[in-house]
Design a protein around this ligand. Structure first.
Ligand SMILES: Cc1cc2nc3c(=O)[nH]c(=O)nc-3n(C[C@H](O)[C@H](O)[C@H](O)COP(=O)(O)OP(=O)(O)OC[C@H]3O[C@@H](n4cnc5c(N)ncnc54)[C@H](O)[C@@H]3O)c2cc1C
Length: 591
């Protein structure tokens, strides 16, 4: 999941064909460019890296402004995490949809909401305090144009009043969330379109991304699938303008020149263990259930390539603050990709890599959660962090000390307890296992066999007694064996809590069901790393900024690879794609 690039690689220099300037070249392509100058295999005015929620809008906007555009996409298909999403798009500020339903909003209200220092979560964390004002101002001013632009480019939103469902950190003053209708597009988790009677009311990322793909192709954007950017060329290692990119296409290397600009739309860093651990050292390898994967990865390749030519990071608190969906509780168990809102089914184009659909937990009373050593660590019904959205504080007084006073302080440490680990000198909490019995299977109506559970890769085990179950738990992230006596003791103690009705260890509200009837099961339930909210430093124009505060000429970024904005997802990404595409197309062409 890492790029393999390092700074020394990128400081190798070679000349550019037809230009006197020196460029930086990764060693991966230096061999191919044994000639002192990299050969440009392709060229366009604007080169966009990534065909997700940022990249496709950027590409279409730039193309429609008269620039030729190439998009390189590492995955087999377009869409990125955006196509796996629920298509909830919180663009507000006075959109036509808000007006239609009589909702009052304005760019100023969006800006003030998303920079409000006073808003705190029930656990005491602020969503917006650390947002970059310049970046949020640009978002506030471009939200309405971006929404109308999406509609004009074929995105159909469910015809109902904007609401607050599913956005996260979208502000407390007005409902802003619209939902992209799936129409007749195949849903990525199943590979099939929704029932025709539901197509205008169900919403998902295909309803956002497939129309944008169609618009991009119609406009003449070239989309190169399975082309992974491996480096960005700049005139010197930390000076001059950006010239193009190196890409890898199934082992073949190619160089793509950008006459005007390169736009990084690579979607964040959750999949790169070393990168994400710069923000939070606890996030070790076992957190492999990344939301959005395996449709597309988030390997920090955009951030690393930009940092190698001088780009800076920004707004890092937004990644570690305990709000929103950066880290989530597992919603599915017994499979690697266990994000609650994305259940891969056998018809999906990526099921060969997802391997199992998982068992959806309806009631956390039906399982106990234990750590690698077979010990409980928290009330299983505990939840993840929350996010500040419309109406989550009532009454809400913008930028007032009263907002904090109106919150009932209620910290939830489930995620922190799961990530805490124990005294073995390691960071990270290790695997978390859901332990349950045959009665729980009946209550939950589960079918604990493939393709619902992933036995072959070690994300699901069963046995006729608890000590055999503990012994069977062998997989790559279980760094120590689970002592059978621990699991037996844990279950016996929990069963005694069911008898007494009181969880003396973690205060689970009235434990309901004993774990007693064989067979017994252990299903992967380790927390999920969901999204990235810290990344490259950008300015209001979405230009990447270096460590001296100077914009890097010809380099843009938006979406999850950009920092300074604590909002979850699609609104921020589409809007920054819109801004970056416009500004990239307006650059002078360099031949
Ligand atoms: C399951 C799920 C549900 C979600 N639901 C919502 C929701 O309802 N509402 C909301 O607002 N947000 C939601 N989100 C978040 C939202 O989808 C993302 O924030 C958004 O897609 C980010 O856009 P992006 O352009 O930064 O990245 P992406 O959309 O992920 O696109 C990045 C693209 O870049 C490609 N790429 C990466 N590296 C390279 C490289 N080196 N070379 C070439 N290509 C590369 C990737 O393959 C990918 O296609 C959800 C996310 C997930 C995973």
């Amino acid at each position: 999941m890492s790029t393999g690039l390092n700074r020394r690689d990128l400081l190798l220099t070679a000349g550019v064909a037809g230009a006197a300037a020196a460029v930086t070249v990764p060693s991966a392509i230096a061999a191919q460019a044994a000639a002192p100058s990299p050969k440009w295999d392709r060229e366009a005015d604007v080169v966009v890296i990534g065909a997700g929620a940022t990249g496709l809008p950027a590409a279409i906007v730039a193309r429609e402004a008269g620039s030729s555009v190439i998009v390189v996409e590492a995955a087999r298909d377009i869409g990125g995490h955006a196509i796996t999403s629920y298509g909830n798009v919180p663009l507000g500020g006075g959109t036509s949809a808000q007006k239609k339903f009589g909702i009052e909003d304005s760019p100023d209200l969006v800006f003030r909401d998303l920079t409000d220092w006073s808003v705190v979560q029930p656990n005491g964390f602020p969503d917006y305090r650390y947002n970059d004002r310049e970046i949020v101002r640009a978002f506030a001013d471009n939200s309405v144009p971006t929404f109308e632009w999406l509609v004009a480019h074929g995105v159909v939103f469910v015809d109902k009043a904007p609401d607050d469902f599913g956005g996260m950190s979208v502000g407390n003053s007005a409902p802003r969330e619209m939902h992209a209708a799936v129409m007749n597009w195949p849903l990525v988790p199943t590979g099939k379109p929704a029932d025709p009677s539901l197509q205008t009311i169900l919403f998902a990322g295909c309803g956002l991304m497939r129309p944008l793909e169609a618009s991009a192709r119609k406009a003449g954007v070239q989309i190169l699938l399975e082309h992974k950017m491996s480096a960005i060329y700049r005139q010197t290692s930390n000076g001059g303008r950006v010239l193009g990119i190196a890409a890898d296409h199934n082992g073949a290397k190619l160089n793509i020149r950008a006459r005007k600009a390169v736009i990084i739309a690579t979607g964040g860093s959750t999949g790169n263990v070393n990168f994400r651990r710069m923000f939070d050292p606890r996030l070790t390898e076992e957190y492999c259930g990344l939301a959005g994967m395996p449709w597309s990865d988030q390997d920090a390749s955009g951030e690393l390539a930009a940092m190698a030519i001088g780009g800076s990071l920004w707004g890092l608190y937004n990644q570690t603050g305990e709000f929103g969906s950066n880290l989530t509780k597992a919603g599915l168990i017994g499979c690697q990709y266990n994000y609650v809102n994305l259940q891969w089914m056998p018809g999906s184009a990526v099921f060969d890599r997802a391997r199992a659909s998982g068992l959806r937990v309806g009631n956390w009373q039906d399982v106990i959660l234990v750590n690698m050593l077979g010990k409980r660590f928290y009330d299983e019904t505990g939840q993840q962090f929350t996010a500040n959205d419309y109406n989550s504080i009532k009454p809400y007084t913008q930028e007032s000390y009263l907002t904090a006073k109106n919150i009932n302080y209620n910290p939830n440490n489930f995620i922190n307890a799961a990530l805490a680990g124990f005294d073995d000198g390691h960071n990270g909490g290790g695997p978390i296992w859901a332990i349950f019995d045959a009665d729980a299977v009946v209550r939950e109506k589960w079918e604990p066999k493939p393709p619902n559970v992933d036995q072959s890769a070690g994300f699901f085990f069963s046995a006729d007694n608890l000590s055999d179950l503990a012994r069977k738990i062998v997989m790559k992230y279980q760094r120590a064996p689970m002592p059978p006596q621990n699991l037996e003791a844990t279950v016996a103690r929990y069963n005694s809590f069911v008898d007494s009705g009181v969880d003396e260890d973690f205060g689970k509200p009235k434990p309901l069901h004993k774990i007693a009837k064989p067979p017994f099961y252990a299903a992967w339930a380790t927390p999920v790393v969901h999204d990235t909210r810290a990344g490259l430093r950008i300015n209001a124009r979405c230009q990447v900024v270096d460590m001296n505060g100077e914009a890097i000429a010809g380099l843009y970024c938006g979406g999850e690879s950009a920092g300074g904005f604590s909002q979850h997802g699609l609104a921020r990404a589409t809007c920054q794609g819109y801004i970056a595409g416009k500004n990239a197309a307006a650059e002078n062409s360099h031949s």
